[in-house]
Design a protein around this ligand. Structure first.
Ligand SMILES: NC(=O)c1ccc[n+]([C@@H]2O[C@H](COP(=O)([O-])OP(=O)(O)OC[C@H]3O[C@@H](n4cnc5c(N)ncnc54)[C@H](OP(=O)(O)O)[C@@H]3O)[C@@H](O)[C@H]2O)c1
Length: 279
């Protein structure tokens, strides 16, 4: 775990930028030089009031806020919507420190776009976090741009480890990673919804059905986390030979869940390619 972090600027601290910002603050790790977070509206800036060590800036009252924040920070996290990224990069490029590391949170925006906006020598790192960052349980993929060093990557890794686990991948694999961990929370929620429906179908009230399905997922994943055992081994322990669970699991396996997940993630990957082509 990081002992200290260098100065940070969050340009766009909404759902994702804000989750990482809150995770850093909650960790209590000292940030030398402080944290500046910019947003467009005063309302969004006010929502960050009271976070220890954070200066929240609203661009509607401080139009130079992004440039000032970027100029002062060692690590700059870009958390605006993907379509806004190129303009923001052009705006901050002239003021960046020589040792600045620019970290993208923006889905689908390539390191080539960062090099175009900031110059080839700018140190850029592309990240793909997921929404459990809000509760410190993210999986974040990190891909290093050509000008970023291994030390830069290690520093950014320490930052994201404050909100969960980190996987380092080459940029070509970021979209594939996104089909697993980026979209993954949606797959889990869908499975919970479907198990809830099965319970309602067996005559339980909606609230009891939700409790049973939701707490089963929460309990099973907590057991997986706490035990450190393989999921296949944990499954074996609830599956007595010739028992009821074995019968249910064999129905699920007959539905070829492996193929369904392969097809679903292939479809997400195809969509990422379409989005990159602007479709
Ligand atoms: N949410 C996710 O699950 C997720 C996952 C992975 C990656 N991401 C990426 O994270 C980025 C942000 O997504 P989000 O869901 O966090 O969106 P969001 O909640 O709308 O956050 C964007 C923030 O940027 C602020 N903003 C707008 N224009 C700005 C500017 N010119 N300079 C500085 N700040 C500005 C907005 O402030 P106002 O509200 O005041 O306008 C808002 O707080 C996107 O690029 C997305 O691809 C999101």
């Amino acid at each position: 775990m990081a002992q200290t972090l260098p100065s940070l600027a969050f340009l766009g601290a909404g759902s994702m930028g804000g989750a990482i910002l809150r995770g850093v603050v909650a960790s209590g790790v000292p940030v030398d030089g402080g944290i500046i977070a910019t947003n467009r509206t005063a309302e969004k800036a006010a929502s960050l009031d009271g976070l220890n060590g954070v200066t929240a800036v609203a661009l509607e009252s401080s139009p130079e806020g992004n440039r000032d924040a970027a100029a002062s920070a060692r690590i700059i996290l870009v958390g605006v919507k993907p379509a806004m990224v190129p303009d923001l990069l052009r705006e901050i490029a002239p003021v960046l420190r020589d040792d600045a590391i620019v970290v993208s949170l923006a889905a689908g925006v390539t390191l080539a776009t960062f090099a175009e906006g900031l110059g080839e020598s700018a140190r850029a790192i592309r990240s793909m976090p997921n929404t459990p960052a809000t509760v410190g349980k993210a999986v974040t993929g990190l891909a290093r741009g050509a000008a970023a060093t291994t030390d830069d990557l290690a520093l950014v890794r320490q930052l994201f480890e404050l909100v969960g686990a980190v996987v380092e991948v080459p940029e070509e694999q970021i979209d594939a990673l996104s089909t697993i961990s980026g979209s993954g929370p949606a797959y889990v929620f869908l499975l919970i919804e479907e198990l809830t429906k099965a319970a309602i179908g067996k005559g339980f009230s909606e609230s009891d059905a939700r409790l049973m399905a939701e707490q089963t997922f929460i309990g099973a994943t907590a057991l997986l986390d706490a035990s450190g055992d393989d999921p296949a081994e944990l499954r074996r322990r609830v599956t007595s030979p010739k028992g009821t669970t074995e019968r249910a699991v064999s129905v699920l396996q007959d539905a070829h869940l492996d193929e369904v997940f392969a097809r679903a993630t292939d479809a997400a990957l195809e969509r990422a390619k379409e989005l990159a082509r602007g479709e």
